[in-house]
Design a protein around this ligand. Structure first.
Ligand code: ASP
Length: 315
């Protein structure tokens, strides 16, 4: 019997409140999520592997300037863009990741190349870019990533010592709220294989080559057919310290928890340490899924057998 094909995506979590949103912007976000879901789901519907489905969905989100990944990446303190991404195959436990890349149009595509065409899991900075150049990965000028909105976000905090989570609402509507705009996807294909991918521009005003959880296998991304596929968004340092994605998998493997219970337990644990720090999307090999977050909102969506894409923003 074919497995129940399914894809879940996120476009970041945070203090996303109806009061800080216009109806037009809400439609734009939902359209962006729906496009990514449809692209990823079509891969599954055509019998393709979950690995390709998550790469495809994340690429669509990376090309959308609304989200903090690829084209919409935030600025570092040095007025650059340093992007992180990772991808993992739940069948083989193979994984690929890149951190601190500056000129890669679709970092998730480079992460997949690292997984498939190198002996390594994680490549960083210039080395990752050299690998990209020799493996036919599309590179672009830095101007491709420029947006006035992102630049103004940086200008608002460049003189502080704070690195800020994605498109801080303060710049947009005058409130000091947290928002995390990283993107990610998890999918289950007809053969019962899981995969996960995550991509981000990191934090506005980040310094010193700071890297978050998104390219760290086990923290921001994890996939294992025996348990689940997870992609996280939020305060990367917390997700690294609590090894969030792998912890969810471990609770299922070692304690027999259901996917929903494992996600709830891990998010409630990090909530005690760091309230309103983010969330996860997760899927198991039987098609059970979870959206778990401790923030007021998370851009998120689901597409499954014979249904239209469904997208949500608020809790
Ligand atoms: N997790 C990302 C990071 O810390 C940020 C985000 O989710 O928006 O780099």
């Amino acid at each position: 019997m074919p497995e129940p094909i399914k894809i879940l995506i996120h476009g970041g979590a945070g203090t996303i409140l109806p009061s800080a949103m216009t109806p037009e912007l809400e439609i734009q976000y939902k359209n962006g999520l729906s496009q990514a879901l449809t692209a990823g789901y079509n891969v599954l519907k055509d019998g393709g592997p979950s690995l390709l489905a998550v790469e495809t969905a994340v690429k669509v989100l990376e090309d959308n300037p609304l989200f903090n990944a690829g084209k919409g990446s935030v600025f570092t303190h040095d007025k650059r863009h340093e992007m992180d991404a990772s991808i993992m195959d739940g069948k083989t436990l193979k994984a690929g990741a890149v951190a601190g890349v500056t000129n890669i149009k679709n970092p998730v595509n480079l992460a997949l190349k690292v997984m498939r065409e190198s002996d390594n899991v994680l490549l960083t900075g210039e080395g990752a870019e050299k690998f990209a150049a020799s493996h036919g990965v599309k590179q672009v000028e830095s101007s491709y990533f420029y947006s006035e909105f992102r630049y103004q976000q940086l200008m608002a905090i460049i003189d502080t010592h704070k690195a800020q989570l994605d498109h801080n609402v303060k710049v947009a509507v005058g409130e000091d709220n947290k928002k995390f705009g990283t993107v990610g996807a998890v999918a289950l294909d007809k053969d019962g294989n899981l995969a996960a991918a995550t991509s981000t521009g990191g934090l506005t005003n980040k310094k010193f080559g700071r890297v978050g959880d998104s390219p760290i296998i086990g923290a921001g991304t994890y996939a294992n057919n025996e348990t689940c596929a997870v992609s996280a968004t939020g305060q990367g340092e917390t997700f690294i310290r609590y090894v969030v994605a792998y912890d969810i998998s471990c609770l299922m493997a070692y304690k027999g928890l259901s996917l929903a219970d494992a996600c709830r337990e891990v998010i409630s644990k990090i909530d005690k340490a760091d309230p309103e720090c983010g969330g996860v999307i997760a899927l198991d090999a039987r098609g059970n899924f979870a959206f778990e977050f401790n923030t007021p909102g998370m851009y998120r969506g689901l597409m499954q057998q014979d249904e239209n894409p469904e997208c949500w923003i608020y809790r």
